[in-house]
Design a protein around this ligand. Structure first.
Ligand SMILES: [Zn+2]
Ligand SMILES: [Zn+2]
Length: 87
């Protein structure tokens, strides 16, 4: 039980998405990957004049297919950008 006590005097690592306190920074990254994997990646349209950003792979794929047929052959993961949510 005592080991469960959080040392409030020490600056912890708060999850910036859900506010969960994670004592260990390595665990915080794992917490993000487990709980918020979808929210930590965004897909950025490669077209300089467009600026479209999507958090959903499916809607991004739809955007490319409808608006930019020239990018259709490129893997969606090439447009993924990791959000820097862990300080
Ligand atoms: Zn969280
Ligand atoms: Zn676009």
């Amino acid at each position: 039980m005592a080991s469960e006590v959080i040392d409030a005097g020490e600056k912890g690592n708060l999850c910036r998405v859900c506010g969960t306190f994670v004592a260990n920074k390595g665990n915080l990254r794992r917490h993000f990957e487990d709980r918020h994997a979808v929210e930590t990646v965004e897909y950025v349209c490669p077209d300089p004049g467009c600026g479209h950003v999507s958090f959903s792979k499916n809607s991004f794929r739809t955007h490319i297919f409808r608006k930019h047929p020239q990018y259709r052959g490129i893997k969606i993961s090439n447009f993924a950008r990791q959000l820097d949510v862990v300080q």
